[in-house]
Design a protein around this ligand. Sequence first.
Ligand code: PHE
Ligand code: NA
Length: 512
Amino acid sequence: MSEKRENWGSKLGMILAMAGNAIGLGNFWRFPYQAAKNGGGAFMIPYFGALILLGIPLMLVEWNLGREGGKYGHGTLGPMVYLQAREGVKPKSAAVLGALAGALAFAVTVLVNSYYNHIIGWTLGYAWMSATGGYMDKAVETGDIFVKYIQSPGRFIVFWVIALGFLGFAVMRGIQAGIEAWAKFMMPTIYIFGILLIIRTLTLGAPVNPDWTPIAGLNYIWTPRWDALNWTAALAAAGQIFFTLSIGMGIIPNYASYLKPEDDIVLSGVATVSLNELAEVILGGTIAIPIAYTFLGEKGLKSGVGLSFIALPNIFRQMAGGQIFGTFWFLLLFFAGFTSAIAMYNYIVALIEEELGIKKTTASIMVFALYIILGLPVGLEAGLTKTADLAVLSELDNWVGSYLLVILGLIEVIACGWLMKDKALETMNKGSYWKVPKWFFTLFIQVLTPVATIILLFFSTKDYISQGYFNLIPEVYIKAGLGSWALFARILIVLVLILGFYQSYTSIKKRY
Ligand code: PHE
Ligand code: NA
C-alpha cells in the first residue's frame, strides 16, 4: 500500500475513459430494443424521469465514493462504502454494509462480464463477417446464421478469446498507458462511425413501403404517448438508466478512485452522463430503430434482442453500401462494449492487487483465466443444448445485470445521504467547478433518489415474483428444458455473493 496510487494522465483522457465505461452495448444494443419493446414514446417519459431522479444523483454519489476511497488506497466498493457509512453508524454495522456493497460489486464485475464478453465477441465476429461478406448470402436467413454462430464453438470462441486477450493486454498496461490510451482512440471513433451511420440511415428513403421511412421510425420513439405509459415501461426505463450509466456496478467508483483528491467530480460526472446520453438517445436511437422501421415497419421493432444481430444484418445485405455500414455498426458495438468491459476487468484486477498484493501483470492474467473459466459454460450452453435460448446468460442478466444493481445503488445513496449527510456534500464539492447546491443534496440525494430506488426495488421484486423468478427454478426454463442450466447460474450467483461478502468483510476488519 506504500506505493503511490496510479492517476489519470489528463482530464480529457479521464472523461473519455469514464464515458467509455458508461457508453457500452447498453446504448446501442440494449436501449433500442428496450425502447421498441416498451412502446417507444411511452418509454421515453419514464426514461428521462429516471435519468433525473436516479441517474444524475447516483452518478455524483459514485464519483464521490470513488475519489474519497482512492485517498485511502481503495479501488473497490467494500472499504469505500465502509468509510462513508461509519460516519453515521457503529463501525461493526458499517463493516456489514460495506461488505454487502463489496459482495454486490464483486458479483456484478465477475458475472456480468462473463456474459458481456461473449456479446463483445459476437460483435467482433460480426464485424469480421460484415467486412468479408459472411452473411451476404440471401438464401440463408440471418436468424439461422446467428443461431449457427452462437452454437458453433469454433466460431464464437475465436472472437471471444481475441476480445478477452485485448482486454487483458489493455488492463495490464495500467490506467494511463492502457485504459486511457484505448479510450482516447476508441471513443472518438464511436462518434465518427455513429454519425456516418446516422447519415446513411436518414438517407434510406422508403425502399419497401411508402409509410416506412426513417423519420416515421424516429417519430415512433419520440412521440410521447402518455396513454401507453405503464409500470412495465417505467421499470424497464429505470433499469436501463442503471445499466447504461454503469451505476450499481462498482466500476464508476473504481475509475474515480484514480482521481487526485482535488480533482473536480461534479462537472466531470455530469459530463459523463451527458456523453452517455448523447450516445444513447441520439446515436443509439437514430440508427437501429429507424433502420429497422424503414425495412420492416413497426413489426421490425418487435424483434427484441435480435434487432442488432438478426434484423440489422438482414437489412445490411439489402442496402447499398451495406457491407461497409455493417462493418461500421459492428465495430462501433465492439468499441463501445470493449471500453466498458475494461472497467469491469480492471475492478477485479484492482481487487487482487490491493487485497492480495499481487502485481498488475499477474493479476491481469488471473482475471483472464477467471473469465475464460466462467465464460465457457455461458458460451457453450447454446451449442450443447441446441437451442438459442440462453438460460445462463438470461439468469445472470436478470439477477446480476438488472436486479442487484438497484440494491447496490440503494446502499450507496443511503451511505451518502443518510449516514454521511452534510459531510458528503462537503466532500462532493471539494475542488469542483460547479457546486452541488444544498437544496439539491437534500431534495434528491436524501429524499427523492433513495425513495425512487426503494420504489423501483419494490416493483421489480413484485414483477419478478409474478414472473416466477423467485421460484427455485422458474417455469420458463423448465418448459424450455433448461432447468439445470438456470439452477447452475443461480448457484453460481449465490457462491460469488458469499465469497464477495467474506472477502470484503475480512478486508475491512483487517484494515480498520
Ligand atoms: N454502461 C454499460 C453499457 O451501457 C454497462 C456495462 C458496463 C456492462 C461494463 C458491462 C460492463 O453497456
Ligand atoms: Na451506457
